[in-house]
Write a protein that binds this ligand. Sequence first.
Ligand SMILES: [Zn+2]
Length: 306
Amino acid sequence: MRRNAPVRLGLGEKEVGSVIEINKLFKTTDYPYLSTFMCPPSLTKKWPEEILEIIPYADVHVIERTDQLITFHRNWTNAGRPKPQKPTFFVISFTTMRGDCATVPAVHYEYRKTKVQEEEKELPYRDGYYCPCCGKAHQVVESKETTIDEDGNEVENQVKRTMQEHEFGESRRLQNSKNPANAFCSECGESLWTKKVPTRYESINGWLKHEKNVSHALKDKNHKLVEQIQLSQPEVPKQQGNPRRIATVEYIRRKMRWFFDITVVDEIHQLKAGLSAQGNSLGSIAAVSKKVIGGTGTLFGGKVRP
Ligand SMILES: [Zn+2]
């Protein structure tokens, strides 16, 4: 029997093993549990069938939108947090929650001035959306033409100009449409957008300082002080735009802690964006699970999938 190599999930001390073990686990675990199965979209039909083949009395939910999960959790909370009567599975596709945190521009329109221009309050010598990677201004490709050079090679000539302030807009565009493309830097290909989730502390140093204070207080067994420090933490800043989606990640992170007994991530190598608890709701779900198991080329129900 081939064992899958363990795959790192980027979730710190979470246990990462082989999906094969989950098969054994389900057969030997006699208590009902809550678990999630994350898989590529192509397997959201297959998984429920395979689960029901092994555990015919299981309760299987295919989650298409994050709020379905939240509704389930809210109802469960309102019902007094009952222990599940049956093994309960949530099957979630990698793409289901992809859009759950806001993608925001990583660049803004900048004026670059020389010292003299600054002092003399003169017009800037250049302006544009400067790429954080190569430092060049993002260009609008107005036209492309292919010519043949002296050696007979095809050469692509692009007619470009610097993107103007009103052209970036609020939507991410891979191609020129009504407005020119703005997804990637025209010069080096770096993404000009970033995923943004507000954090309580602006920098890691702020958080480290807080942790230090807490651990000092804990060492002194001063629980009143610990409580005081915890209560005096800054609020998580509210983010403009996409509030519902941000709220989803926050809800999972704060209210669903240890809600899931097991999270299984199938075909983990297809999860391109990784599984970060900070950045996306898939990661948040993994982070609130007691156990996370990931693998590639899953063996499940005694059958090997290529
Ligand atoms: Zn660039």
